[in-house]
Design a binder for this molecule. Sequence first.
Ligand code: NAD
Length: 380
Amino acid sequence: MNKYEFHDIRVAVTRGKGEPFQLEAARLRAPQGDEVLVRIIASGLCHTDLIIRDQYYPVPLPAVLGHEGAGVVEAIGPQVSSLAVGDHVVLTYGHCGHCLPCSAGRTSYCTDFYAHNFGGTDQHGNCAIVDAKGEFLHDHFFAQSSFATLALSRERNAIKVPKTAPLELLGPLGCGIQTGAGAVINSLKVTPGSRFLALGAGAVGLSAVLAAKLAGAATIIAVDRVPSRLQLALEIGASHALDSGDPEWVETVREVTGGGVDFALESTGRPAILAQGVSALAPLGVLGVVGASPQGTQARFDLNDLMIAGKSIRGICEGDSVPRKFIPELVELHMQGRFPFDRLVKFYPFDAINQAAADSEAGVTLKPILLMDGQTSIRT
Ligand code: NAD
């Protein structure tokens, strides 16, 4: 370990299952090979960070989580050729770059996706962050661990964005926002005039609503149990917003669509909502699943309804996004005013990470973004 140069950093550490994030001083080693050292300006906090804190998936602890980082390139490893010090980047998921799905450009289905994003180490099984006691912390979460003032990513998952774009806002494009928007645009390929249903109106679901509007869907229905989220859905483009607590909501979907929806996206992670979503599909309708559930979760739905009506269900990871192409496209759409995902976010100082997590879980805040400089707002 002494052969590397180390940088002093501040991190939010998850030390035990379900425990609050702890803000600590730590050290991060300098970039090697194709690695990029990024000064994190801001990091989104995604529901996935919280389910890992709660150990839905067994990511080894203690760990530095965070996977929606945006920042400035501070240093590069000797093999990096497409990025330079000072570039603005959005960090996204990791992938191996050489398995069959990666070779086909389907990098979010990398056969080693779990190891690259949830493994807790780099590709060689090593950690790069040491705490104040000199103990290694698991890191490389989504090939970044962005709940930190500096993070190491690899060249292939650091996406260059224009310096004219508001960098503090862009981190969530690396996961939650690209997942919702990508599911609609890349995976489901929602068509003009079609009927779309967002099951869950959180950050992913409302990104899907924004994208469905962009894609020209005629009927856009959002379902959730938080009234403020349903209200926001209506403000940003949904034509209807339904409370899942209403036992008749699937019937209402059928009524307002004249028989069901063509496309649906499940982001609640609740098997019962998924089953209701299948039932709300029109003949030949497609339902995409992005919501994460505890490992081993199973869903039940009527097989004959699926078969006779020619319905489909498919899993979707990271919105089938090719980040190097899709993230700059979303930035451009945002700058043109056509993809106003800033409506979903609220800024918090890094030190308030536990408040941000609590507000997210209480349904008060849709997409928290942590500002590493301690501010509570940005100039846009
Ligand atoms: P979120 O917490 O902001 O949104 C989830 C929404 O579901 C909330 O608005 C919540 O009120 C709603 N909900 C929960 N139970 C419900 C119920 N019974 N009825 C109606 N609504 C209900 O989270 P998010 O950031 O939008 O992420 C959504 C899910 O997607 C999470 O599980 C996250 O881990 C997952 N995710 C998956 C991918 C992927 O690539 N597949 C990427 C990012 C996030």
